[in-house]
Ligand binder design. Structure first.
Ligand code: NI
Length: 399
């Protein structure tokens, strides 16, 4: 399998792939409801000679060689977001309140492009490569990656790789780092129960609004006073709801928010102090705090060897000056974490930012996937095939 050949195949596929990307964009579907997306991907894989099988309800797994154990796996996410599309695109979302605003339409297209190149070169590629089309990354109804891992998607796989477009990094750059690269997430939902009454008679009430205001402020000290100068966590209150009008002290106030962290010790420390601060502020203010704290996706940890493999491929593809770990880790979370917790793996970012302008970020209503990343993403994954497959075979991990 020659590297030049891999890359020469890409150019002829790009126009067709762009058409697929725009079709996926027009028909966005939310997590575990990617029925049309699944059938489009399945049809394309079957056209290429694969025999894809469903996984995690609306996901798919396709093996280059069905009869051999998988060595390398690549993952794309399929789902869109519950957000309105405002852009006047020719391929604008046909669904009100649903749109591909994270670029998963592009990630899926990149992996279909990889599937096409691998299919053409199947006879020259002795090892089995597994393609994972994962539903429900956005976690609207829980994540798809954990389900795929539980269903055995990685059994036998030696290394797994995934990517994400990222408008905050300049187009043409690849960002990767060893160790934690995306955060663990905890969501909290706090109900403060006081005693309501007339706004003119606070002495007869226990005011949950004042307690809530104190709690919002006190929670800011979790990062600023509990952690060292290096920090390592984010605590944000995203919702504070209480009361109905000007002259009533309400019975309850409700605060919701998110905690992001990267290291187990810091996570444990923040969560312990979070509970203590909620208890303490509630007690001081004479209200009751019902604290619901639950874990979302775990921290996404890159294997050092796999991260180095990504770096080496990227240095060839975009040049050594355009590869690095600046800006990482990112405090967003990502359920690729379940894949890279199960087997060694690495997740990396393709910059998508335009020079001299602020490119709309993922999840922004004006975001759209940058189609120039399609060949770049393919080169990255195919470069990993070229580098890692011979290395894994030389290690005796496969045929
Ligand atoms: Ni995303």
């Amino acid at each position: 399998m020659r590297r030049e050949r891999l890359f020469s195949e890409i150019e002829g596929l790009v126009a067709g792939l762009r058409t697929i990307r725009h079709d996926l964009h027009r028909h966005p579907e939310l997590g575990f409801a990617e029925h049309r997306t699944q059938s489009v991907v399945r049809a394309e894989l079957e056209r290429l000679g694969y025999r894809p099988r469903p996984s995690a309800e609306t996901g798919l797994i396709a093996d280059l060689h069905d009869d051999r154990p998988p060595l390398l796996a690549f993952r794309a996410d399929l789902d869109a977001l519950p957000i309105q599309e405002d852009l006047p695109l020719p391929y604008r979302s046909i669904h009100d309140g649903r749109a591909h605003k994270c670029g998963h339409d592009g990630h899926t297209t990149i992996l279909l492009g990889v599937a096409a190149v691998l299919a053409r070169m199947k006879d020259e590629i002795p090892g089995n490569i597994r393609l994972l089309f994962q539903p429900a990354e956005e976690g609207v109804r829980g994540g798809g990656a954990r389900v795929m891992v539980e269903e055995g998607a990685l059994v036998g796989v030696k290394e797994v790789y995934g990517l994400h477009n990222w408008p905050a990094f300049p187009e043409g750059e690849v960002r990767v780092t060893a160790g934690p690269i995306m955060a663990a997430i905890h969501r909290f939902d706090i109900v403060l129960r006081g005693k309501g009454g007339h706004g003119s008679q606070p002495q007869l009430c226990r005011d949950p609004i004042v307690a809530g205001a104190q709690l919002v402020t006190a929670l800011q000290t979790l990062v600023s006073r509990e952690l060292s100068h290096q920090g390592g966590a984010v605590v944000s209150v995203g919702s504070f709801q209480a009361g109905t009008t000007d002259n009533i002290i309400p019975e309850t106030a409700r605060l919701k928010g998110t905690i992001r962290s990267f290291e187990p010790e810091i996570t444990a420390r923040i969560l312990e102090r979070f509970r203590a601060v909620c208890r303490g502020v509630a007690e001081a203010m004479g209200v009751q705090a019902d604290v619901d704290l639950h874990a979302g996706y775990p921290v996404l940890v890159n294997d050092p060897g796999c991260a180095q493999a990504v770096r080496e491929v990227a240095e060839r593809v975009v040049g050594p000056g355009r590869v690095g770990g600046a800006g990482l880790p990112i405090a967003a979370s990502e359920d690729f974490a379940y894949f890279s917790a199960a087997v060694p793996g690495a997740y990396f970012f393709l910059g998508a930012g335009q020079p001299g302008e602020e490119t709309p970020m993922c999840h922004h209503p004006n975001f759209d996937f940058n189609d120039r990343l399609i060949p770049l993403g393919m080169e990255m994954f195919l470069g990993l095939v070229a580098d890692r497959l011979p290395a894994l075979q030389a290690r005796g991990d496969g045929p």
